[in-house]
Design a binder for this molecule. Structure first.
Ligand SMILES: *Cc1c(COP(=O)(O)O)cnc(C)c1O
Length: 458
């Protein structure tokens, strides 16, 4: 059979409130043309993020009921710890309330003034936590990772020559650790190959620098290795994950991604001394080390999710369904980041709307068009998010790219719902020459995309 089906059936449903085009136009006006300000109940298909928005399995819900809420030494903690140790093989496991809490704790201990941390591409919370500690965050992704239309199987790879040069120039004593983000979220959800992590580890060993992995989408990355890298086609996702993490000294993880839960995270380390310092901070900011800001039931659901996410049927469906959306809209003529990543499809709004200049926000215009057309919510990743006012000239500087990301929540939407999204995109494509830009009428001094107000240009 060629058709890849959802490897599950639905036991509990959540009603979507249907809306008319008129209602959506009104909701968008009320939200000042900012989709972050639209109410969730006014959205039909929500592709804003894949973080914490997925569906849990009946086994996970059963785990929620047997979660042990003992303050110290909960049975659910040991289940959580043993599962993580079995998959990732690290010594010390610290639960946290989400991924950024693990980052905050790690970089409070190893970061600071004068330190630099290289990565393929730092995720925005990772960069913010490194910079908040006074350290510098440096991105060293391969050149292919910066070219949207250039097809390459591992566009998330680290540029290893650049990494070694960086280590020589910066001095190993100023680099507390090197990171590798799998898959590379900020670079379009693109994977990192086994060959690349091996080479990164070899360079790290040469300069005696530990390697940490931002593990958020570790299972999706393992599937890309299985299907794209020679020698791994007969290995299981678990075997691939174990090999990948055998090259690392620790990891940070947002359980809201590949642990298939709505909240949670963890930090893993092999270094006992750093682990002790992290534990002390954990108690200060998150909670006792056997719950770390989570309920016992959350730990139980994470332990079960980490097993389910490595099932081959799940991963085949997951990666195939994202690729399906990407391939279909590409065929219509929509320019996308190619090939599609694991968790999202990125549309190049600059190429779709060449008549809208960057500072009239073509990405925002496209995101609004999709919402009005069909109640589909994506997110602008362009000049609204990354543009800024230059303090010296007072002029607004646009972003390098104008993208709209359609992130797919895990196990949440059906094939016909995705086909509905494709039809909406096709309709928006047909009237692309009529689309108009927007004017920003209000902006906050930081992270302006969350609260900005707009008016459509006539
Ligand atoms: C989501 C994410 C994080 C942060 O995790 P939160 O749970 O949102 O705090 C860090 N790195 C990557 C790659 C992510 O996708």
């Amino acid at each position: 059979m060629k058709t890849v089906i959802e490897p599950f059936r639905i036991k509990s449903v959540e009603t979507i409130r249907m809306t008319t085009k008129e209602e959506r136009i009104e909701a968008l006006e009320k939200a000042h043309y900012n989709l972050f300000l639209v109410k969730g109940e006014d959205v039909l298909i929500d592709l804003l993020t894949d973080s914490g928005t997925g569906a849990m399995s009946s086994a996970q819900w059963a785990g929620i009921m047997i979660g042990d809420e003992t303050y110290a030494g909960s049975k659910s903690f040991f289940n959580f710890q043993d599962t993580i140790k079995d998959i990732f093989r690290f010594e010390h496991i610290l639960p946290t309330h989400q991924g950024r809490a693990a980052e905050k704790i790690l970089f409070s201990v190893v970061g600071g003034e004068g330190k630099s941390i290289p990565n393929n591409t730092h995720f925005d919370t990772t960069r913010a936590n490194i910079e908040a500690s006074g350290a510098k965050a440096v991105d060293l992704v391969v050149p292919e990772g910066l070219k949207p239309m250039e097809v390459h199987p591992f566009k998330g790879n680290m540029d290893t020559k650049a990494l070694e040069n960086f280590m020589i120039e910066t001095g190993a004593e100023n680099i507390p650790l090197c990171m590798l983000t799998i898959t590379n979220n900020s670079g379009g959800g693109q994977p990192v190959s086994m060959a690349n992590v091996k080479e990164v580890k070899r360079i790290c060993n040469k300069y005696d620098i530990p390697l940490y992995i931002d593990a958020c989408r570790f299972a999706e990355n393992a599937w890309f290795i299985k299907t794209r890298e020679k020698g791994y086609e007969n290995k299981t996702p678990l075997e691939i994950t174990r090999e990948f993490f055998s090259y690392a000294d620790g990891c940070t993880m947002s359980a809201k991604k590949d642990a298939l839960v709505n909240i949670g995270g963890f930090l893993c380390l092999n270094d006992g001394e750093i682990a002790q310092e992290c534990k002390n901070l954990l108690i200060l900011t998150e909670g006792f080390p056997t719950y770390g800001g989570l309920a016992g039931r959350d730990l139980e659901a994470i332990a079960i999710g980490l097993r389910e996410v490595l099932e081959e049927d799940y991963l085949e469906y997951r990666i195939r369904s994202t690729a399906f959306l990407g391939e279909k809209i590409k065929k219509i003529g929509i320019p996308i980041i190619d090939p599609p990543g694991g968790h999202a499809v990125y549309i190049d709004a600059k190429a779709l709307y060449p008549h809208i200049p960057p500072l009239e926000y073509p990405g925002q215009a496209l995101a609004c068009e999709l919402y009005i057309e069909a109640g589909v919510r994506g997110v602008e990743i362009g000049s609204v998010m990354f543009g800024y006012i230059d303090k010296e000239t007072g002029e607004e500087v646009p972003s390098k790219m104008e993208l709209v990301r359609l992130a797919i929540p895990r196990r949440t939407y059906t094939q016909s719902q995705i086909e509905y999204v494709i039809e909406a995109i096709e309709n928006v494509y047909k009237r692309r020459t009529e689309a108009k830009g927007l004017k920003m009428t209000y902006q906050a001094s930081a992270l302006r995309h969350f609260s900005a107000h707009f008016e459509p240009l006539k």
